[in-house]
Design a binder for this molecule. Sequence first.
Ligand SMILES: [Zn+2]
Ligand SMILES: [Zn+2]
Length: 551
Amino acid sequence: MIETEGEASVSFLLDCGQFQGSTSQEAKNFEPFPFNPAAIDFLILSHAHVDHCGRIPLLVKAGFKGRIYCTAATADLLPIILRDCAHIHEKDAEWKNRKGQRAGKEPVEPLYTTAEAEDSFDFITPVLYDQEVAPAEGIRFTLLDAGHILGSAITEVRVNEGGKKTKLVYTGDLGVDSMPLLRDPVKVRHADVVIMETTYGARTREKHEPSVERLSGIIEDTIHRGGTVLIPSFAVGRTQELIYDLSELFERRNAALFRNVMVYVDSPMATAATGAFRKNIQDFDAKYKELVMAGDDPLDFTNLEFTHSTEESKTLNANMKPKVIISASGMCEAGRILHHLKHRLWDSNSTVAFVGFQAEGTLGRRLIDGAKTVSVMGEAIDVNAKIVSLEGFSAHADRDGLLEWVQGFDAPPETIFLVHGEAEAKAAFKETLKNGTGIDATVIDEYCCWDLGASVKAESPAQASEGRQGRQTARADRVPVDPEDAERLLEKLRSVNDNVEGLLYRAKLAAMEAMDDEDEERYISLKNLIVSLESDTSKLAGALADRRRGH
Ligand SMILES: [Zn+2]
Ligand SMILES: [Zn+2]
């Protein structure tokens, strides 16, 4: 939570995630918020992963009525994630109550219900990347691509407290350069205060391409043995990236070898999320957009099948053909992956390939750490399958990536807070930062308060009073634009310029095609996009004319 000083004090949240992992971590989700949710003005959400958004329904339940700002893709993914969380909480409570009843215990309530999750959807307010948003007086923010999952954002907030200006940057989760599908994380060049994640702050990881090579080898070996490759994967993000990589292996690189191998995506949430991915082409990298423009669907290939019903999922258990199954949850804590583990872990011909971070206390972590027997849905299962971890699929910057991101600043930020990582990762990254940049970062443990006023440079008294008087009249309120912002605007203009000419021609062809095919839906969506483009170009012309007139 950030709280500004002064008469018009504003408080807002950066993310509102759920604790995940061990039972003691998860118990924290039931504790009340250490602030009054009804007094929070708004929330800025970095991305749609549960550890960043999972307690939003609780916030709304406790009286929060502000907007939830996020990118358009996050706005599409958030309902999918929160409904799934609610479903898990409901099942969890049901299971506890069934057991508790027999032991004469009081019934427990789910953390939140599906209806409660849905109550929070009304507050979701999508904004564009790079858009300047002014959610309250004295505050403006911009979301920049974090390159972590589709829609993920780095948040830049500019706070003006009666003339004292602070630029705060929150990383959310930072992604990795040159990952498939996604653009690279934006490097920020100036900030007073940085709040930064450290998930992989303690170590470096295999790069993406070698991991794809290894996965290819694993599939080859496992199908030779007649086994199944089981991939526990986060339904949102990781699964779509995997599909993209597998389509390359199955359609091009190993097409002959894998001709008879089916790939099943067995997760209703992953299927829904894949739909949301297809809807948000604007946020993908250039290569992906090119494929889509050429008429390819990079999230599909011949051997790929999405299973829907529980029945379809169950038939996979009896299916003894060599195959690949991708299922959620990624840390093996819930979902259909548990059924697949139960049926494959004991089979020495099969392989379980992990493609993401496994938190302390999860079943995934126990498997990676080499457990010989594990409990799956209350049943003890021997682990005979090969267990491998392919870290190059991770969507998190590793230690070097995080350091490189901080080195992107022109001048070191006044303060860096390290949050969001296991204690060891935070401590290790603090050392790395100290050695690599000389910055002495502050490690944040839960629920503590910091006065940023003491550490942030204040402006000269003359500038500050100018700022205060400035509120009286609009003109005096002008502040110089950050050179970093000015550069970004020019870059944006160049990219619009490069795109627009060819695009208008293609839009004309598409419009004619839609009318010829009597494709009403396509016609309507094209028309609405063109109408809003027309309105925006008129607004731009108006603003430029205004400026010439000296307003
Ligand atoms: Zn994340
Ligand atoms: Zn995270």
